[in-house]
Every structure is written in C-alpha cells, then in structure tokens.
Design a protein around this ligand. Structure first.
Ligand code: NOJ
Length: 742
C-alpha cells in the first residue's frame, strides 16, 4: 500500500515537472509563494483616488493593500503611486490604473449606440484604438468598456452606452472594440488598454428600464441572447469582465456562482480578471442577500469575483474568513492569480511607469478626422420627403433649437475627460469651415428642458426669412446614461411645440435630433420634411452633421435599435418570438372600432389598439441620398449539418448619387424544438456603390451560426427548414429558403 502511494506521488511529481509551465504562470506562482495573506487580499482591492498624492494612500500601497486604482488621470500622480507600489512595497507588484474610457478619452467619438448605427466594425475598432492611445498617455491601463448589455428598452438610460438590441451586432462590434482597445491582441503594447466586457449579465433587462433593477431572464433567453456577446468577447481575448449590479431572478451577479464559475470560467475558459461593479458587492446587503460586509465577502469570493471595486468587504473580512476556515486560501490565490496574470500580460512588471517626457497628444488632426468620420457614419436619415436633403450651399438656412450649439451636451454620456471647448457644434462649424453658408441662428430654447417659449416668435420669423429651417433638438447629456432613466420618451420640454411653431412659417423643415436614446418622435414627423437622427455625436458632431445636410457626405447609418411609437409599446424588438396569434399587416385602429363593437369582432391577434403592431422605424432601418435595390437572391437549397452556404444577392444603386448601403442578412429557423425568433440578424456588410452601379454581395452562413440552446441548455443545430432574407433593414423583402437535412 505504502509503495503504491509513493509511486503515485512520484508519478504526480514527474507529471508536474514535465508539464510545460508557462513562464507567466511560473512568475505568478513564485510571487504567490512569497506573499502574505494580507498582501494577497490587497491585490483584490480597487480604490478610487483623485488626482492628488494622498499620504494615506501611499502608505496603504507600501503595505501592499491596493491592487488597483480607479480614476487617477494625472500621469505624475499615477507614477508617484506606482513608485510606492513597485519600489517601496515588499512584493513590488505594480498597480493597474482603471478609468471609464467609453467612447473616447479627450477626443470623443459618438456614444456607443451611435457608433453601432454605423454597422462598421473597423470604425468601432479605430475609435477604441484612438481612445486607448489618448488614455494610455496619461497612465490609464484599463478601461471599463465595451458595454455588451443587450438593451430592448429605451427608457433605460444606459442604452446609450451599448450597441443596441441585437446579440449578433453587439457581439461583432464588441469584439471590434476589444481588439481596438487591446491593440489587436498586443496587450503589452504601451498604447493598449485592457478592455472590460460589462455588465455580466442581464443588466440591460432592468425591469421597466429603471436602472439597477431586477431582471427576470429565463435560462434559454439568458444563453441565446444576453450572454452571447460576452461569450464572443471571451473568445476574442477580452482581458477583464465586470459583473453587473442587477439581480437576475433573485441572484445578484456579484454572488452568481453559476454565471462566473460555471459559465465564464468552466464553460468559456476565461482566465482573465473578474471585477465587481462599483460597490456592487456591498450592495448585496441592500438586495437582501447578505446581512453584512463579511457575508458579502463570503458570497463574492465563493462566486469567483477577483477584484472588489471600491467597497471594502474583501479587505476587511477575507483574512478572518480564511482563519475561520470558511474560505480556503486557494480561493484567494486564484483571484490573485487572475489579477497578476493581467498585470503580467500588460507588461506592467517591466514597464510600470508612464513616460511623462512626451506630452500627451490629444485632439490631433487624425483623431478629429476619425471622430468626424464616426459621426458621419453614425447618423441615420429617417425621413427625406421630396428629397429635401441634401440642401444646397446657396440656400439661406434658419438654424434653430437648443442642440444647435450645445458643446457639452452633444458629447453625450460618459465623458469624464472630454473638454467641451474642443467640441465643434453645428453653429461652430457654420462659423468655421461652413462660414460661406448664409444662415440665421435662433436657439429659441436655452437647453432641451427649457420651457420658456418667449423666443418662439423669433424662431418662426427666422424660418420665414429663410429658404429652409433646420431644427436641432434632443436631449441634454445628463438625460441618458447611468441612473438616468425616463418613463416618457417624447422630445422633452416644449421642443415639439418649437418644431410646430417653426413649421407654421411654411418653409421646409429639417429635424436634426441629438439624443442618448431612440425617442418617440412620431408626433413630430408631420412637422418635419426630413429627419436626421444622431445619437450624441461627440466632439466633431457639428461638421459631420453639416457634411450630411449639405451632401458632402451621404447618410449610411442604420438603426441598431427599434424605434417605438409610444413608450407603452416597450419592449418591442425585431427578433421576438412569434405568438400563436400574430397580428396581420393591417390592424384595426382605435378610430375604426365601431361603437359597441362585439367582443370578438376585431379578431383575436396580438397588437395594441392605440399603437398597432409595428414600431415607428424597424431595426436596421436608415435612408440614404442614394436608392438601393436588391435582387437575384441565390442560395443552395441545402446546408450540410456541419458546413456552410454562400448566400448571394445583387444590389443596384439606382440613383444619381454615390453611396454606401448596409446590406443585412436575416434568418429564421422555421420549426425547432423551442420557439425561435421570427428573424435574427446573421450578417451585414457596408457596400459602397457608385451612382448606377450594380454589385453582387455574398454572405457566408455556417451551420454553427444557426446553433442555439434548447430545453436541455445544450447548444445544438437542429435540422429542418430555414428562411433567409437579404435587404436594407429588418423588414427585408428578398426571401429564400434552405434546409439542413437530417
Ligand atoms: C458603475 C458603472 O456601472 C460601471 O459601468 C462603471 O465602469 C463603474 N461605475 C466605474 O465608474
């Protein structure tokens, strides 16, 4: 027995010695073997500091009690703190500095929802790259972006911060963003930021769109929709993941072991760092699942959270929990390992300091041009009656409204570091590059919520004196973003009345919206001959909008979210499941219902009596100054169960204007073991077509694109019939079928 035991031990030792131990893991193990429990716990703590050197913080760092710092953006301060960590603490482990760099650091691209409207992964990549270069130059190593939450509710203010309602689009753009931040896999590059896939998970499904609220996402929806972008982010090598504030079905993500340990670590093999959200661990006391901070520490370490953002549960209680035998020291070791791994991968042990001899380059010509391109590609033309747009540069323009010259507000949410004095507003562009335009400017309202109508007459007179009125309305930056939910999505304040007043002057009206979310503008459409919708467009929004209004650029943005008619229609999204009683194309309206109509006389289908079946504008929708026609859909009749097919179609630009069309591929699994969405985006591409040009486009669709989680929570491809559509939005009409044989 003894001999067999020794033999087994020898065998294990031999296996351990002969297994190739990665050099980083060897270094991590070496550090761990020399760290005290207190020093290990210190690595798990992220502290928010301002931009001054605080003696208490320095002392804590020297004692090894701070693994990460959030919110320092002064490189000299960061270097001083780093020196205390690297040169004055016992273990010399560098600090990782984090900051929310969401759609830019100084130079701001459009908010992520706007960037999503471009359907342009390369653009999203480049914007993230630009943000990383700027942020890294002041000593930031880690950004808390991209936000990969699926948002099907525009009342939720954070819809601004993500890529919209669709898991496929969010996954593709999320991956592009991660690659941009992380310098295409070169995390050790001195211009890279570690990205953070957040908020894991289900945060966008907050009940009623009220931020931080509970979500109730059942297992299939969880896996088939809400987790999808995160899985792609992990495959793409995202360095870190942040858990969300919400509880899903009673389990706050900060204590969700199945989510973090089973799904993220075991199923997806994520070996990066998992961070809590800001005090999200502590907040489990308010959720009512922990009675005190000690309970919190136990729940979160057990769930697999590595780093605690800001609250001190780990710092205060982990050591005690280890002593009591409630937490194994190996749990702490694992968390430290995940944190050190990212510090090593970023090269922080070799290059802990920021070079302050080179002044940071902000707002460079190159960045400004990129921000302008991004704003152009992100704008969505929703209406253009009588081809009112583009305007001629010889027309006299009345420029009206509170968003025409709102340098702070056009930057949108999450711009801690952007400087509004660098913003170019539409009025700013008219004073600069577009100064040859003959225009009259009348803001009429001081800001979007302003209710003072005293200047409406001036606005009407300005419109009357011009050839065309362009009315800039929308939302101030503060009305969207974290904790900024709304229950009413109409244009806020008296902006709709302003539009009416301007329309009464009898001149053509262009409505330009700048907002953090899709607003319910149905009531405004009769007063606008053309509508150009911008999700807050960032630093260069002004010139970008003028480029579009005057036809120097051609709109190509498409809606990354459904635009509802009324907030009461929410949730309304294109990739819903069918009911057993889907409504017909034409449904009865309120006005059509006869008096004392019989109970069943309207039929029994699924729609609202007052707002119908359909949204105002569908997902994927957006016009252009060109017109595109789709034809010749060709596809093989069958796809092998482990293979792929090529779906081809022809697009013709039947107009006299060169332009870009975002061609979209949708698929429906017709009969499956569980109800599947009526349509799902499975491909898109931006196609540039000269006036009159025809091009053939091709989409590769693989069987694995059609896989989904069924009742047994196993991802599978089910044979059967599939319908495909190709077109310019989610109502695409070009239709074909194929099947996967049994
Ligand atoms: C709370 C937000 O939910 C999260 O997205 C952000 O990264 C942190 N605060 C840090 O500012």
């Amino acid at each position: 027995m003894k001999t067999i035991g020794c033999f087994v031990i020898l065998l294990a030792l031999f296996a351990a010695c002969s297994a190739p131990v990665d050099e980083t893991e060897r270094k991590i193990n070496d550090l761990l073997s020399r760290m005290t429990t207190e020093e290990k716990i210190g690595q798990l703590f992220q502290v928010s500091l301002d931009n001054t050197v605080d003696e208490r913080a320095l002392q804590a760092i020297r004692e090894g009690k701070m693994g990460s710092v959030i919110n320092v953006v002064n490189p000299a301060v960061a270097n001083t703190l780093q020196k205390a960590a690297v040169e004055e603490s016992r273990m010399g482990i560098p600090i990782i500095f984090g900051r929310d760099v969401i759609h830019g650091f100084k130079t701001l691209a459009p908010i992520p929802l706007g960037q999503a409207a471009s359907f342009d992964p390369q653009l999203i990549h480049d914007c993230a790259r630009m943000s990383a270069v700027e942020a890294r130059s002041v000593g930031i190593h880690w950004t808390f972006a991209p936000m990969l939450d699926i948002a099907r509710d525009a009342r939720w203010g954070r819809i601004a911060e993500g890529f919209g309602e669709d898991p496929y689009l969010t996954a593709r753009l999320g991956v592009a963003s991660i690659q941009g931040f992380q310098a295409d896999g070169q995390l050790a590059d001195s211009h890279a930021l570690a990205a953070c896939a957040k908020h894991f998970a289900g945060y966008g499904a907050a009940e009623g769109g009220r931020d931080y609220n509970t979500s109730n996402i059942p297992p299939l929806l969880w896996r088939n929709v809400y987790l999808t972008p995160f899985e792609h982010a992990v495959s793409a090598g995202v360095a870190t993941v942040m858990v969300s504030f919400n509880d899903n079905d009673g389990i706050p993500s900060s204590s969700n072991k199945e989510l973090v340990k089973t799904i993220l670590r075991d199923d997806w093999h994520f070996d990066g760092l998992v961070v809590s959200d800001w005090t999200s661990m502590d907040e489990m006391i308010a959720h009512g699942v922990a009675k005190d901070l000690k309970d919190v520490a136990l729940l979160s370490i057990d769930a697999g959270l590595d780093m605690e953002m800001v609250s001190p549960a780990y710092l205060l209680h982990l050591a005690e929990l280890v002593k009591e035998g409630k937490v194994p020291e190996t749990a702490i070791d694992n968390a430290v390992r995940n944190i050190l791994r990212i510090k090593f991968r970023m090269g922080l042990f070799d290059r802990p300091y920021t070079d302050t001899s080179v002044p940071p380059a902000f707002y460079t010509e190159e960045s400004l041009q990129l921000a302008r391109k991004a704003a152009v590609e992100s704008a969505i033309l929703l209406k253009n009656d009588g081809d009112l747009l583009p305007l001629s540069e010889t027309q006299k323009i009345a420029v009206i409204g509170p968003m025409a010259d709102a340098p702070h507000d056009q930057l949108g949410t999450w711009c801690f570091d952007g400087d509004k004095t660098h913003t170019v507003t539409p009025v700013g562009a008219l004073k600069g590059e577009y100064r040859h335009i003959n225009y009259i400017y009348e803001p009429a309202l001081a800001y979007s919520r302003d209710k003072n109508t005293a200047r409406f007459d001036n606005a009407r007179r300005a419109a009357a004196a011009a050839d065309v009125a362009v009315v800039f309305v929308g939302e101030e930056a503060i009305l969207s973003g974290e904790a900024h939910s709304l229950s009413n999505l109409n244009l806020i304040g008296v902006q709709s009345d302003l539009l009416k007043a301007v329309k009464s002057a009898g001149k053509p009206v262009v409505l330009v919206v700048m907002a953090g979310r899709p607003l319910t503008i149905e009531r405004d459409l009769p007063c606008a001959d053309a509508v150009l919708y911008n999700f807050h467009p960032g630093t260069m929004g002004g010139p970008a909008i003028l480029d579009l209004l005057f036809g120097r650029a051609n709109p190509s943005g498409k809606l990354p979210v459904t635009v509802v008619r009324e907030a009461g229609q929410i949730p309304l999204y294109y990739n819903h499941n069918n009911t057993g009683r889907p409504a017909p194309d034409k449904v009865t309206t309120l006005d059509e219902i006869p008096l004392e109509a019989g109970q069943t006389s309207l039929g029994n289908t699924s729609f609202y009596l007052d707002s119908g079946r359909d949204p105002l504008f569908p997902f994927g929708y957006g016009l252009s100054y060109s017109s595109f026609e789709y034809s010749n859909l060709t596809l093989p009749g069958q796809m092998p169960a482990d293979g792929a097919i090529t779906i081809k179609a022809t697009i013709t630009n039947s107009s006299r204007t060169d332009g870009t069309e975002v061609a979209q591929l949708y698929v429906r699994d017709m009969v499956a073991s569980v109800a599947r969405p009526v349509k799902e985006l499975k491909g898109f591409q931006r196609v540039w077509l000269k006036a009159g040009e025809t091009k053939e486009i091709a989409f590769e669709l693989t069987a694995s694109d059609l896989a989904f989680f069924g009742r047994d929570l196993v991802r599978k491809i089910e044979p059967g019939e599939f319908t495909v559509w190709v077109g310019g939005d989610s109502n695409a009409q070009l239709k074909g079928v194929f099947s996967i044989p049994k």
